[in-house]
Design a protein. Structure first.
Length: 116
């Protein structure tokens, strides 16, 4: 990314302390911003609320309580998305996929950045 004078930024609905812990744990070399209340994700139309059955799985099976991580009681998450945005704020690549196991191909991302 540096070769193309581009920045990689991750955005998470987690509270800043939790985002920082995540960044440190994974030794990420990018900035991780907190999107409290999913405001940015909501602007992009990416927010959904977990069904009650899924809330039970999160809490009972994984001992993961989103309100503690995210600082609100909404039980909302953003759909995973990757964007390449140029200097004039035009989105030149958008990859939005509700399946958390799917991500944009790294080469497609690099190609989009190189084309800026």
């Amino acid at each position: 990314m540096e070769k193309h004078n581009a920045s990689l930024v991750a955005i998470s609905p987690e509270l800043p302390d939790n985002s920082l812990s995540f960044q440190e744990k994974l030794e990420l070399r990018c900035e991780v911003l907190s999107d409290l209340g999913n405001r940015v994700a909501r602007d992009f139309g990416l927010v959904f609320r977990l069904d009650d059955d899924v809330v039970d799985i999160f809490t009972d099976t994984f001992n993961l309580v989103l309100p503690e991580k995210n600082g609100d009681a909404s039980w909302e998450l953003p759909i995973p998305a990757t964007y390449v945005i140029d200097r004039d704020r035009t989105i030149t690549l958008a990859f939005v996929e509700p399946d958390y196991t799917q991500r944009v191909e790294p080469q497609a991302l690099l190609d989009a950045v190189a084309a800026l």
